[in-house]
Design a protein around this ligand. Structure first.
Ligand SMILES: Nc1ncnc2c1ncn2[C@@H]1O[C@H](COP(=O)(O)OP(=O)(O)OP(=O)(O)O)[C@@H](O)[C@H]1O
Length: 622
């Protein structure tokens, strides 16, 4: 925790804040935005208790960091951790201020009986403090899931299903998929989880074709929606489903058809320009689909899940697909990990089972409950043994095994560790590889070979934990540009061969936040941006591209939902708060053939040991 220096122009400093809020702000525990929201709301309801005002600021901070609620025990740890900073800040700004936290029970009691709670801004449940909005959404998601679980299960013709399963998943290697589909076929809600390459998409393709077969002879073909939280993930889902069709019999392929579309969840629900969180589809105007599949569900926020569930018709099937060990959504919530933890722990919990136990969300392999909608696939069919074993060691939190896999690896193999202690060493170690890749991409683009340039783009990806700072995307983009400048007559940024990352949805162009492309040369000599799959590039005039960044390097967060043939991961210093198991696992599993980890052994160990801490209550409700 860094104390904010005594610079009154620092944008993180809330000018005019007083008392504990000022102390916490100066100590860097809460940001100016948290203080402003807390102060404004507290003023509106005449909140007299300073502890409750501080709690509100901490709840707002927690939501900004991805939690749906504040766990007082986490908050206490946070304040203890920053104790020194708080004391410095107290002395510097307001000697009278001090953060004196009462025991948790008394703390929660004071929040429960506060003006902020009476007026519905804050709410206490399961020993967590919520902003009302997230509390309502958690309750709604749990109730909708419970309602769906209580709805009579869809009926299937067992004989047709059994024969279909044998046909679609014919050999012993497909046992896991067969079982997952058998379960999913008789449930309204399925949560299909598994690591990369475990056959999730193949399972979805099989499930859909078998459900369509069940409907043959009836007067209505089920309407199917395929969706994902981001445009990039939706495009990948479409491609993967089409690929999965290749191994099906002509009859099963025909059943699904070739005009397969996948859209973002926002688009499916009918995005409204006047509101980021309200959609045209809802309980009064539900989606017309009979089957809704959402891939990359680890990226679903609590709010989007709530909107999705309320937009489903009561008898519509929902299939959530994803990897709960990956990074959770940017916005608050860890829905997929919560569902796995909640349904997996055996025996539904009641609201009365409270207590100050930490509610850190972790997704581990826990026995299924009888009413569980979870179907898990375990065996990876994509990676070679090395990437798979490394990813698994990271997933289960075993740094010794991960390091011994890396120690045994050789340069040029599927996994490799480049031990560096500082950025200069990393610069030296990575320059040949990164420059060579940038030059190859540039050559293809200069030759106007759009497909080949896109192919190069997908051949390698440099991933960073941070956006800024020495290990961040910004400096590494500049570095590659500088190397290119030194190696060629490449000047400036608007140059052919520059990889691009789309940073905002552009409906007009059909580009989505997170899409990647490359600047290429058209035959008439004009520079164009090419995006999408190499076999069907989307081409746009470079001048029409408004929201794009350079993408020689990108954050691991932005890379979620996409893959590259080989991946280089830059690990920041071991004490970086961003360096977590989920982050490293997500980075490693972006690689299809090879992954290089660049950083110290301490950084690898720290990443595997540190969990993402999100306070959420959904797993206690389902
Ligand atoms: N049981 C299996 N036996 C043999 N090959 C399989 C099996 N399951 C999947 N595969 C193959 O493994 C590859 C990955 O499968 P699929 O795309 O379905 O996995 P996935 O879990 O959706 O991957 P991801 O989400 O990481 O992209 C495909 O080529 C698929 O044909």
């Amino acid at each position: 925790m860094t104390t904010i220096e005594a610079d009154r122009y620092d944008r993180r400093l809330a000018l005019g804040a007083t008392g504990d809020l000022a102390t916490l702000n100066s100590a860097g525990v809460v940001e100016a935005a948290d203080v402003h929201v807390a102060t404004r709301l507290a003023q509106l309801v005449d909140e007299a208790d300073p502890l409750v005002r501080v709690t509100l600021a901490l709840v707002v901070r927690a939501a900004r960091e991805g939690s749906t609620s504040l766990d007082p025990e986490h908050a206490r740890e946070l304040l203890t951790e920053s104790g020194g900073a708080c004391e410095d800040a107290v002395t510097a700004s307001d000697p009278a201020a001090s953060i004196d936290l009462p025991p948790t029970e008394e703390w929660l009691q004071r929040v429960s009986s506060s003006a902020l709670a009476r007026t519905g801004v804050l709410c206490v449940e399961h020993a967590l403090v919520y902003l009302d909005r997230y509390h309502r959404e958690e309750v709604q998601v749990a109730e909708d899931l419970a309602r769906r679980a209580a709805t009579p299960a869809p009926t299937v013709d067992e004989a047709i299903l059994g024969a279909g399963l044998e046909r679609v998943f014919p050999s012993a290697t497909w046992t896991e998929q067969r079982e997952a589909v058998r379960t999913a076929a008789t449930r309204l809600t399925t949560v299909l989880v598994g690591g990369p390459g475990t056959g999730k998409t193949s399972t979805v393709a099989g499930l859909l074709t078998l459900l369509l077969e069940q409907a043959e002879g009836t007067d209505r073909r089920p309407r199917i929606a395929l969706a994902a939280p981001t445009g990039k993930a939706a495009a990948r889902l479409r491609e993967s489903v089409i690929e999965s069709l290749a191994r099906l019999s002509p009859g099963d392929r025909t059943r699904l058809g070739t005009d397969i579309e996948a859209v973002t969840v926002h688009r499916l629900l009918g995005w409204r320009p006047d509101s980021g969180n309200r959609f045209r589809r809802g309980r009064g105007n539900p989606l017309p689909h009979d089957i809704v599949v959402v891939d990359e569900a680890s990226m679903l926020s609590l709010t989007l899940t709530a909107r999705l569930l309320e937009a489903l018709r009561p008898h519509a099937r929902l299939v959530l697909v994803g990897d709960p060990d990956q990074l959770a959504s940017v916005e608050a919530g860890a829905v997929l990990a919560d569902l796995v933890a909640g349904y997996g722990e055996g025996g539904a919990r009641t609201c009365g089972e409270e207590g100050p136990t930490p509610r850190t969300v972790t997704a581990t392999h826990i026995p299924r409950r009888d009413d569980s909608p979870i179907a898990r696939l375990e065996t990876s069919h994509r990676f070679g043994a090395e990437i798979g074993s490394l990813a698994e060691a990271v997933r289960v939190g075993d740094p010794d095994t991960a390091l011994s896999i890396l120690d045994a690896a050789t340069p040029g193999g599927p996994v490799h560790h480049v031990p560096v202690d500082d950025v200069l060493e990393a610069d030296e170690a990575l320059r040949p590889r990164l420059l060579e890749h940038a030059l190859r991409m540039r050559r293809r683009a200069l030759d106007g070979e759009h497909a080949a340039a896109l192919h190069e783009l997908g051949a390698h990806r440099l991933l960073c934990a941070h956006r800024d700072g020495p290990w961040g995307v910004g400096p590494w983009n500049q570095r590659v540009e500088r190397w290119l400048g030194e190696a060629t007559d490449y000047h400036g940024r608007q140059q052919v061969g520059r990889p691009l990352l789309v940073t905002a949805n552009d409906r007009g162009l059909g580009l989505f936040n997170g899409d990647t492309g490359v600047l290429s040369l058209r035959q008439d000599g004009r520079v164009v941006g090419v995006f999408g799959e190499p076999n069907a590039p989307q081409v746009h005039a470079a001048t029409s591209l408004a929201d794009v960044d350079t993408a020689y390097a990108m954050t691991i967060h932005k890379s979620q939902g996409s893959q590259a043939t080989s991946v280089t991961v830059l690990l920041p210093d071991a004490d970086s708060r961003l360096l977590t198991r989920e982050l490293l696992y997500t980075a490693i599993t972006r690689a299809q053939r090879s992954v290089v980890l660049v950083g110290s052994r301490e950084a690898i160990r720290a990443a595997i040991t540190r969990r993402t801490q999100r306070a959420t209550g959904l797993r206690h409700r389902v």
